[in-house]
Design a protein around this ligand. Structure first.
Ligand SMILES: [Zn+2]
Length: 266
């Protein structure tokens, strides 16, 4: 079973085409982010509504996430609307000229914590949003330590700050007395890591005991899920043939860890 935790919708997709493409590429379930519409409250609502309508067509296979811009007014209320009213599964955010430590995030974290859904953050160098990369360094996400019931993932193993990402995982593991399977942080291994770095990053994450907290993701777009299929193949090569993960660990990587992250039956 394959669960791709990191797919971007453009806002033009049809569920019928998407499901057919998933079948063709061997993807059983995906987390699908609404398009970024951080310019206005209204546009962001439209993005959320679009992804909710798509999810409603196949709620078992499409886990919709609202892409939230927390600097917009009423962000915490939009979280509530997206999750409680629209039934979306989680929140996606990219630190766009705000730090995860900023006060404006507090009401958002509190609302997410009440609602019990995960947050998928971008982390690492950012090829967009002007000069926002500095806001996406993994250590700033340590702020989530104040919201211990919020489950969150950092994408791209935070490349190029992979070591820092893994160290931050260690910090959250320490918070639950060293039990990696109780830690609130997950590592979304979606690429970003170029091929020359990826084996090293994955090997270190496994060596540090993150295996049960690593999620497969592709950063693919509907219409180009061939890209996801190619990275499934490459990750199996790295994790099984180079690093030596067994079948059970691979199943967790491609499915079980995500099921746990989302709190749904395996
Ligand atoms: Zn992405």
């Amino acid at each position: 079973m394959i669960w791709d935790c990191h797919v971007h919708a453009a806002g033009t997709e049809s569920a019928k085409d998407l499901l057919a493409e998933m079948d063709e590429r061997g993807i059983d379930r995906m987390c699908l982010f609404g398009p970024y519409r951080g310019d206005s409250v209204e546009a962001q609502r439209e993005s959320t509504d679009f992804i909710a309508a798509l999810q409603a067509e196949a709620p078992d296979r499409l886990f919709g996430l609202a892409w939230l811009e927390p600097a917009l007014p009423g962000a915490a209320d939009e979280v509530e609307r997206a999750i409680a009213d629209k039934g979306l599964r989680g929140i996606k955010m990219i630190p766009n000229h705000w730090y995860p430590t900023d006060d404006l995030l507090v009401p958002v974290y509190e609302r997410v914590q009440q609602l019990g859904v995960p947050i998928q953050f971008h982390s690492g160098i950012l090829y967009g949003m002007q000069d926002s990369s500095r806001f996406c360094q993994p250590v700033y996400f340590e702020a989530l330590v104040h919201f211990p019931k919020v489950r969150f993932s950092l994408a791209h193993i935070s490349w190029p700050w992979c070591d820092e990402c893994i160290a931050v995982f260690g910090r959250f593991r320490a918070n639950v007395r060293g039990r990696d399977d109780e830690a609130q942080m997950w590592i979304d291994t979606t690429r970003g890591t170029p091929p020359e770095w990826r084996l090293d990053a994955l090997r270190k994450a496994v060596a540090f005991g993150c295996t049960n907290r690593m999620l497969f993701g592709s950063d693919a777009h509907p219409g180009n899920l061939a890209y996801a299929a190619e990275h499934i193949r490459l990750d199996i090569e790295l994790l099984r043939d180079e690093i030596g993960l067994d079948e059970a660990a691979l199943e967790r990587y491609f499915w079980g860890n995500c099921a746990e992250f989302y709190g749904v039956p395996d």
